[in-house]
Design a protein around this ligand. Structure first.
Ligand code: GLA
Length: 727
């Protein structure tokens, strides 16, 4: 609900409120973001000068959005340059309007329009011509507010934007911790939490994709915030390219700015032209990080994912991916043997990863030539699809549409379609270049190839990979003055192709991937309901990656596979139960060579597949409670997923979280795992028929077996058998 009181606007979700108000002289002040204010609460705008000199205090007030060069010297969300070379702007309130639904951001993904959605659009203008429309969309039930900014040149001469961020949020002076999700290849999204220090702290990417090192999401929270208590403000950028998240602590308080990275960004607007910055999403929770995450999870599941995949109770295929099974070393016979073994394990979908196309037997060639390698697939994809189908499995396929190998027919025909700075030898990474997706004709050409492949036989799943950072970003199709548009236009090209793929093949299950999890963001989730989390499938490493990921993103979007031991990435050993538990955190699939498995070994996999088929709806759609976090103990983790009505729950504990065997004290104790999210008054039964009250399970905890060995694990399923213990 949006309530207007003069020029004060209060945005209410079910339990949170956000408020902004035009203050003296048209300054747009940020006045509140926290627990829901009572209806009819007075305007909280407080523009009292902290001391006498107005030239000083405008720099100290909490602003909703600002530009530098007049009185606000904090980190600026936008940097305009006018035709006369001046870079100052004073953005003042002009007008506001409210509407049902939300306006589109052309070419950009965003949390979806739908029932109960309302938007406030506020126009700010600088007298020299820059106009910014700030958009706030309220998702009341989901506790979500999304923001974006549309920049317009309302002047008479061109103006150039050197920075055009999406969100600026000032906090009242206080102490906050900043949490960001960082890492590297095979160790993505490890949470790091530290008090916000004086000055600016930032994470970002100038790699063309968000990258392995930092995720486009951040959390500010009270220093005493825990999983179960305390104030948290969570932010996710709905964008899949260069980004910058800046958190500043200065004499005036704290400020957070989220937007496209200003590196190599400059966008000139002719009079009348606009630039739409991507959306950023915000969630406030006063019940700790757990509650903040659950709010984000619910909003992502119900308002961001493609509608076709929003029903969490609808079955999802259990897949087997060929990559860690065979890498490049396969032919049709081997693939069919693998599919036959997968069928015996109860798997539904066989995914053929890299190496299926013309001449591709290692990373040195063929990207860009999306046609079957006849040496490996004599009857092409239709032949393989038929044989896999005879086994009762569907077929899925890997592609890397943005890539081109120097050794490919596509590159030989169109060398200018790859990014290259004139006169500079382009950098090969993983022996490949990147196609200039800022050019519509390049996107069209790749689309024609993909469409042919996807129409050639019933392909039910597509893994869209992207295996390198961008470099040499320069478009042969744009003049020098417009090269600053290329990074963003590239991302728009990626979105356009994903739009075509998903709209033309609405039942295709699209999974994004970027060398593991280098493009794990809300932009991708608009097109694909799942993203490959990391190339590291080791159970222990995965639990840390998935724990960090879960701070913002729900388990149902995390591509997670059971794989071989020793793990191909880390060499670690872990039990079958631990590897299953890690895969069941996410989308649940397999990625290993099953062709050498005996009938008994294949049969041993079946109960897990059956468990997922029985309880997958709960795991995908339930509320996540993190019970023991692996960043505290690198040797263990526990989490549970409870149905929102408390009728059932799945509980997972791995390693030390089972009560572990590290030291005599723990050997002598009787470990228990206190649960959350259950119905205290109800009686629950586990799969062995053991009964507990919800209150017992939450206060005293679930008794643990105190298992030992190489990363032991336990998985429980609890069902409410009597909801009225107290009646
Ligand atoms: C990337 C992906 C892997 C696999 C390979 C294939 O590394 O993350 O899962 O698809 O590419 O080359």
């Amino acid at each position: 609900m949006i309530v207007q009181n003069g020029t004060c606007y209060t945005l209410h979700t079910a339990h949170t409120s956000y408020q902004l108000a035009a203050g003296p002289g048209g300054m747009l002040l940020h006045t509140y973001y926290g627990p829901r204010l009572p209806d009819g609460a007075p305007n909280l705008a407080d523009s009292r000068p902290p001391h006498g000199d107005p030239g000083c205090w405008t720099d100290l007030l909490p602003k909703e959005f600002s530009a530098p060069g007049t009185a606000d010297n904090r980190t600026a969300p936008c940097l305009p340059e006018y035709a006369d070379g001046s870079e100052a702007a004073d953005l003042l309130f002009v007008s506001a309007r409210m509407q049902k639904g939300k306006p589109a951001l052309p070419g950009l993904p965003m949390f979806r329009d739908g029932d109960g959605v309302e938007t406030l659009c506020v126009t700010l203008r600088d007298e020299f011509g820059l106009e910014v429309e700030l958009r706030y969309t309220v998702y009341e039930a989901e506790e979500l507010i999304t923001r974006s900014a549309v920049y317009k040149n309302a002047g008479e001469k061109p103006l150039t934007l050197h920075k055009a961020a999406s969100l600026c949020l000032d906090f009242a002076p206080g102490c906050y911790d900043l949490i960001t999700l960082n890492g590297t290849w095979a160790a993505e999204r490890t949470p790091e939490r530290a008090p916000l220090r004086c000055g600016v702290q930032s994470v970002g990417s100038a790699r063309g994709v968000p990258g392995h090192a930092h995720n486009p999401a951040a959390i500010l929270c009270a220093p005493d915030a825990t999983e179960t208590a305390g104030e948290c403000w969570g932010f996710a950028f709905v964008y899949s390219g260069n980004f910058l998240i800046e958190a500043e602590r200065c004499d005036a308080g704290e400020r957070l700015v989220i937007g496209i990275h200003p590196y190599h960004f400059h966008w000139t607007l002719a009079p009348g032209e606009s630039f739409a910055a991507p959306e950023a999403a915000m969630v406030y929770a006063d019940g700790g990080l757990g509650q903040m995450s659950r709010r984000f999870h619910n909003a992502i599941r119900t308002r961001l994912l493609p509608p076709r995949w929003q029903d969490m109770q609808a079955p999802r295929p259990v897949l087997l991916n060929s990559w860690e099974a065979f890498y490049f070393d396969f032919d049709e016979e081997r693939l069919v043997q693998l599919a036959a073994a997968a069928q015996k394990a109860g798997i539904d979908l066989f995914v053929l990863d890299d190496g299926w196309f013309k001449g591709r037997s290692d990373t040195s060639s063929s990207l860009g030539d999306w046609a079957e390698d006849e040496a490996k697939l004599p009857d092409g994809l239709p032949g393989l699809c038929r044989r896999v189908g005879e086994l009762g499995l569907d077929l899925g396929l890997w592609v890397e549409p943005e890539a081109v190998s120097p050794d490919s027919d596509l590159y030989r025909a169109h060398p200018d379609w790859a990014f290259a700075v004139p006169g500079r030898r382009p950098l090969e990474i993983r022996r490949q270049y990147t196609l200039d997706f800022s050019r519509p004709e390049v996107v069209d050409a790749v689309w024609q190839q993909l469409e042919r492949v996807l129409r050639s036989c019933p392909i039910r799943y597509l893994k869209w990979d992207m295996n390198r950072s961008l470099a040499d970003v320069y478009s042969a199709a744009l003049p020098a003055a417009r090269q600053g548009e290329v990074y963003h236009r590239y991302v728009l090209g990626v979105y356009e192709l994903q739009r075509r793929v998903t709209e033309t093949f609405p039942d295709l299950l699209l999974e994004n991937c970027a060398g593991g999890g280098a493009r794990f963001d809300c932009g991708m989730l608009y097109y694909s309901p799942q993203i490959w989390c990391s190339d590291n499938t080791d159970a222990r490493a995965r639990l840390l990656i998935q724990y960090g990921t879960s701070l913002i993103y729900p388990g149902c979007v995390m591509g997670a596979h059971y794989s071989a031991v020793p793990n191909h990435c880390t060499g670690h050993l872990s039990t079958m139960e631990a590897r299953m538990a890690a895969a069941l955190f996410g989308t649940f699939g397999f990625e290993l060579d099953l062709t050498g498995y005996s009938e008994e070994e294949l049969a041993a996999l079946r109960p897990y597949v059956a468990w997922y088929k029985a309880h997958g709806g709960l795991v995908r759609g339930g509320e996540l409670y993190r019970l023991a976090n692996p960043d505290v103990s690198a040797l263990g983790a526990a989490w549970m997923v409870a149905a929102p009505d408390g009728s059932e729950a799945a509980v997972f504990a791995v390693g030390d979280a089972l009560g572990g065997a590290h030291g005599p004290a723990s050997l002598n104790s009787l470990p228990r795992l206190p649960l959350r999210g259950l119905d205290a008054a109800a009686l629950y039964a586990d799969e062995a028929g053991e009964r507990y009250t919800g209150a017992q399970l939450m206060a005293a905890g679930l008794p643990l077996p105190g298992a030992r060995g190489q990363t032991p694990a336990c998985i429980w399923y609890l069902r409410r058998v009597d909801a009225h213990m107290d009646e």
